[in-house]
Design a protein around this ligand. Structure first.
Ligand SMILES: Nc1ncnc2c1ncn2[C@@H]1O[C@H](COP(=O)(O)OP(=O)(O)OP(=O)(O)O)[C@@H](O)[C@H]1O
Ligand SMILES: [Mg+2]
Length: 500
């Protein structure tokens, strides 16, 4: 692809069959060489847009021109990429270097089911880059991956020479890679120059200007309408006085006076019509002075402290990590108001440890909120079906939380496949209704949009129940965890947990 070529989206519209409103409406934008960021709330259509551009989904109308060989690098890590076998078996120096850079092993194909999600993510990205596509659409590449892998990945993406589209909640990554960002707010999409920070500032300033313009348009419209009403009232009074009814047929003086007044009345009639015209114009200006609706966000988590002495007590042990490796841990206990972070590199065994802990949790399941690292599409669909059958009051509560976490309830309820972020919000909302004593979250900030991460973080700070968190997001952990259980990996790639 030459450096001058670009991809053009023309009047692109997409609406799901079952949906009442389009997700994307009339989007026209050029995608130059380099990365364009795609930003928006969970369920706003980011994945949908990436799939439209890479032709893995057909638009309802409009076109995407200039796309040659396109690859969509998936958000979900459920299944191995189709090209993985060819990639790991390619002994070309380029493939070799890429595998080395992203630490991808040939046995990843065989071990896919037991790979950590971070390892799967690296494999997906390596595979996509290896194909040297003209257009690369990459969906949440930093989900699940540790700090070292993130650096490797940033380096690999920065070398990409084609047209890139990227969805990420990693603000720094967007800032370092993107020359423009598309902000999705269904059905609208706006394009701003720069990475996340620059485009957000421009968007905010556009919003402030729009609010100020709308306010001015409203004031002008009100003033004109008021003046118009007063003049009409006055004119109606005058015309009643100028009526010839009740004047004697031979009183020619009075009739002449009224006729003279009607001539001037014609002039003020024209002035009145002009004023009405100006008021109509002001109304039209007001109607077009659109300001995007800002939804109220922020949640309160009604957790409570369990009366049990301990939330769990796991005896010291050795757990298998696949066929050849093990995780050793000492006795691990959790008190009712402990806030514990489990950390460690990809593949260290954090999620495996969570599974061992889940087996000994001493809290009734109804009072545990568990947000797993990944939720397969089939489970997501089943959960949404369950929610749809909730009694109206409960459904109202759940949807209120979803809305306060920044996603649109109606779109979610109409969905055939909830997005990864939407389904996490649903799980959280359903758990909140049952007042949790323990919240277990495995990489909760993956897939969640930024405003909802902030809302969740603030809600968890004040929540009195136990918190057990696995995350690579140091900001999130720094604010929430008091205790760290770090899993180290030794030279033989065995893991050992060291409480700090
Ligand atoms: N077949 C479908 N019918 C109706 N709605 C659907 C269908 N599939 C997905 N949706 C909805 O379309 C919207 C956009 O989904 P999409 O996956 O593009 O969102 P996203 O912005 O990528 O979200 P996330 O940040 O969680 O990844 C969501 O509300 C989703 O629930
Ligand atoms: Mg998505």
């Amino acid at each position: 692809m030459s450096s001058s070529s670009l991809v053009a989206l023309r009047d692109l519209t997409f609406i799901h069959d079952a949906a009442s409103e389009p997700l994307i409406s009339g989007l026209s934008v050029h995608l130059p060489v380099g990365f364009t960021g795609v930003v928006g709330a969970n369920g706003a259509g980011k994945t949908t847009l990436l799939r439209l551009v890479t032709a893995t989904l057909a638009p309802s109308s409009g076109t995407v021109d200039g796309v040659g060989h396109a690859v969509y690098c998936e958000q979900r890590t459920d299944s191995p990429p189709a090209a993985l076998v060819r990639f790991v078996e390619d002994w070309d120096s380029d493939a070799f270097a890429l595998r080395g850079r992203l630490e991808i092993e040939p046995d990843f194909v065989k071990r896919w089911d037991s790979l950590s999600h971070g390892e799967r993510k690296r494999a997906q990205i390596g595979c996509a880059l290896w194909q040297h596509p003209d257009v690369l659409a990459i969906d949440e590449p930093t989900n699940h991956i540790d700090a070292r892998a993130r650096d490797l990945l940033c380096d690999a993406l920065a070398r990409f020479q084609g047209v890139g589209l990227i969805v990420s909640h990693d603000r720094d990554l967007l800032d370092s890679l993107c020359t423009q960002c598309i902000w999705l707010e269904p059905p609208n999409a706006n394009v701003y120059a720069g990475g996340f920070t620059q485009s957000r500032a421009q968007r905010q300033s556009d919003h402030d200007t729009a609010v100020a313009e709308r306010k001015k348009a409203m004031q002008t419209h009100r003033a004109l309408e008021r003046e118009l009403a007063q003049r009409r009232e006055r004119a109606a009074g005058e015309s009643a006085r100028r009526s010839k009814r009740g004047i004697a047929r031979h009183d020619s003086d009075a009739r002449e006076k009224i006729d003279r007044a009607r001539v001037t009345d014609g002039k003020s009639g024209a002035a009145l019509r002009q004023l009405a015209g100006r008021a109509a114009q002001a109304r039209a200006r007001l109607d077009t002075a659109r300001v995007d609706k800002v939804y109220e966000t922020g949640i309160w988590l009604p957790g409570s402290r369990s009366r049990r002495a301990k939330l769990f007590d796991l005896a010291a042990g050795v757990t298998a990590l696949g066929d050849t490796r093990v995780l050793r841990h000492p006795r691990l206990t959790m008190m009712p108001d402990d806030r514990i972070a489990i950390t460690g590199i990809n593949g260290a065994g954090k999620s495996t440890l969570l599974q061992s802990i889940a087996a000994v949790v001493n809290v009734p399941p109804a009072h545990v909120i568990t947000l797993p690292q990944e939720i397969p599409a089939s489970v997501a669909i089943r959960l949404l079906d369950e929610v749809r059958t909730l009694p109206a009051r409960e459904l109202g509560h759940v949807m209120n939380v979803v809305s306060r976490l920044g996603s649109r309830p109606q779109r979610l309820l109409e969905s055939a496949l909830p997005s990864p972020g939407e389904i996490r919000k649903l799980l959280l909302a359903m758990g909140m209704a049952r007042v949790p004593h323990l919240i277990v979250m495995d990489e909760p900030t993956n897939h969640l949009d930024l405003p909802s991460i902030e809302a969740l973080e603030s809600a968890l700070v004040d929540c009195p129940c136990g918190l057990l968190l696995v995350s690579h997001d140091q900001r999130f952990l720094g604010r929430l965890a008091r205790v760290r259980w770090h899993i180290d990996v030794d030279r033989e790639r065995n893991s050992v947990l060291i409480p700090a």
